[in-house]
Design a protein around this ligand. Structure first.
Ligand code: HEC
Length: 149
């Protein structure tokens, strides 16, 4: 390395890390400053954004009618027209025993990521567009909870 190259290297290091001199020791890695994008992502995942809004509930009702009833049936009994060919059949959401044993987290996960992702039938499709929409997922879960008989 030429002397000029070493000097410019030192200058760059000094500017970047504010090191006093080229001591030959390894410069400590600068601590990564949190980027604005990371901060925004954290804000989006914060509990403040967790309650479904009226808009979320409206969307959830529409989504349930359009995407879920073909298999799960309008009342969630698992008897939609597309359920006939499925093995296993979609769950009966009106079943009180099932409602008691299933967790909110499981319901929201299977809706967002699909049956295969949680060890259930891959016939239960994923809804990746809903994965970031926590409020809509919660509203869908509440809709399913409301089908209990
Ligand atoms: C193509 C048919 C089909 C569609 C469409 C469908 N599901 Fe499913 N769903 C299934 C099947 C089959 C299972 C049962 C999986 C199992 O038990 O292995 C299931 C399971 C579930 C479960 C979990 C039951 C359990 O005990 O683990 C929930 C909750 C659920 N579906 C909600 C929904 C919602 C909400 C929608 C609409 C966004 C939807 N499903 C759309 C077929 C479907």
């Amino acid at each position: 390395m030429s002397r000029a190259r070493i000097e410019s290297c030192c200058a760059a290091l000094a500017l970047t890390f504010a090191l006093p001199a080229c001591s030959g020791e390894k410069a400590p890695a600068p601590a990564a400053a949190p980027s604005p994008a990371t901060a925004a992502a954290q804000a989006a995942a914060s509990p403040a954004a967790e309650s479904p809004t009226a808009e979320d509930k409206t969307q959830a009702t529409e989504i349930f009618t359009q995407r879920c009833t073909p298999c799960h049936g309008t009342q969630g009994a698992g008897d939609g027209p597309a359920s006939a060919s499925l093995t296993p059949k979609p769950r009966n959401f009106t079943d009180a025993a099932w409602q008691t044993e299933v967790t909110d987290d499981h319901i929201e996960k299977i809706i967002a990521y699909g049956g295969a992702a949680v060890g259930r039938s891959p016939a239960m499709p994923a809804n990746p567009d809903l994965a970031p929409k926590k409020g809509v997922l919660q509203a869908l879960r509440m809709h399913i909870r409301g089908l209990k008989k």
